[in-house]
Design a protein around this ligand. Structure first.
Ligand code: TYM
Length: 334
């Protein structure tokens, strides 16, 4: 029997999922189950590298699970699970910490950005986060890791760690490839097109979340920062705001940038912003409605978590045992 390739990714439940996480990541996760064995998890261990309110973290985790399903990830066809339910992540994370170099970890741009933003809480977890992320990935031996552009560096470090480990101990890990979308890999904040759209609560007034009402979405787009050119043209260097809106519109409508430029030629930004807002409302409407419905069915969501964690643990355990043996740990006596 031919074995399927494996795809894996995760998102921190550190706030409401945004249009950025949808276009940069989740959109590329769905409809893959025919071709790939798919594992998608909720990265709660990662979320606590930044202080979280415990009640909010619990709520966001279950909401995010409902949103995964509402985005089209059928739990019958994809393995959906909460990271902390599969203890092998933390265990392999520790081992890989010992194979990730201080210099490598120091070069991670996300560490530098996050430590600047959380100067009062630059904890060890924030620094060693990429080793845990490498463990998340390598446990499942995936071929592809679909992420947005900001995670590319972490997936590259994962590859380096896997290659290093394989070199020391012989073939242990499959070396995965990042899979980054051509359009939508870096969605910017509508309020500040210099920055990425961020999901952390209250962090970004220009973020659109999957659960926003149509009114809120339209308001955010009407207020989106553009420029004074009054010309819809794709120029990500000099027209970041407009190019970001064009990217969102392209991702929602499937239109190319020249087609969008032609559609809005001679028309002001007002029309353009309305069109982008309406496209996003229609894209997110079924997701919001389905997620709200699923959130009413707590026992279904719990069953999904339980089944997902069982399936994930089975695979994760195989890899962890192999690693423990390779590094020289004495196997447990029965
Ligand atoms: P996180 O939770 O910050 O983001 C989740 C996913 O969404 C993508 N993304 C974006 N894409 C485009 N534009 C944006 N504005 C935007 N914001 C977020 C991210 O690139 C990411 O793919 N470390 C990861 C979570 C993680 C993980 C893993 C991912 C933990 N372990 C193993 C893959 C494999 C993170 O913080 O993503």
């Amino acid at each position: 029997m031919e074995t399927k390739k494996v795809m894996l990714s995760g998102i921190k439940p550190s706030g409401s999922l945004t249009l950025g996480s949808y276009l940069g990541a989740i959109r590329n996760w769905k409809d893959r189950a025919k071709e790939f064995d798919c594992y998608y998890f909720l990265a709660d261990l990662h979320a606590i590298t930044v202080r979280q309110n415990p009640a909010d973290l619990r709520r966001c985790t279950m909401e995010q699970l409902a949103q995964y399903i509402a985005c089209g990830l059928d739990p019958e066809k994809n393995t959906l699970f909460i990271q902390s339910h599969v203890h092998q992540h933390a265990e392999l994370g520790w081992v890989l910490n010992c194979y990730a170099m201080f210099g490598e970890l120091s070069r991670m741009t996300q560490f530098k950005d996050k430590s600047a933003k959380n100067a009062d809480n630059i904890n060890g977890g924030l620094f060693t986060y990429p080793a845990l992320m490498a463990a998340d990935i390598l446990l499942y031996q995936p071929d592809l890791v679909p992420v947005g552009d900001d995670q590319r560096q972490h997936v590259e470090l994962t590859r380096d760690i896997a290659i290093r480990f394989n070199h020391l101990y012989g073939d242990t890990f499959k070396v995965p490839e990042p899979y980054i979308p051509k359009v939508g890999a870096r969605i910017r904040s509508l309020a500040n097109p210099e920055a990425k759209m961020s999901k952390s609560e209250n962090d970004d007034p220009g973020r659109v979340t999957l659960m926003d009402s149509p009114d809120t979405i339209m308001r955010l787009f009407k207020r989106a920062v553009t420029d004074c050119d009054a010309c819809v043209r794709y120029d990500p260097e000099n027209k970041k705001g407009v190019s970001n809106l064009m990217t969102i519109y392209a991702a929602c409508s499937g239109k190319s940038f020249p087609e969008i430029e032609a559609e809005f030629e001679g028309r002001g930004y007002g029309d353009f912003k309305l069109a982008v807002g309406e496209a996003v409302v229609e894209l997110l409407r079924p997701i919001r409605e389905e997620a709200s419905r699923l959130l009413m069915d707590r026992s279904y969501l719990e069953t999904v978590c339980k089944n997902g964690a069982e399936k994930a643990e089975y695979i994760a355990n195989k890899t962890l045992r192999k690693v423990y043996k390779k590094v020289g740990f004495v196997a447990k006596f029965n």
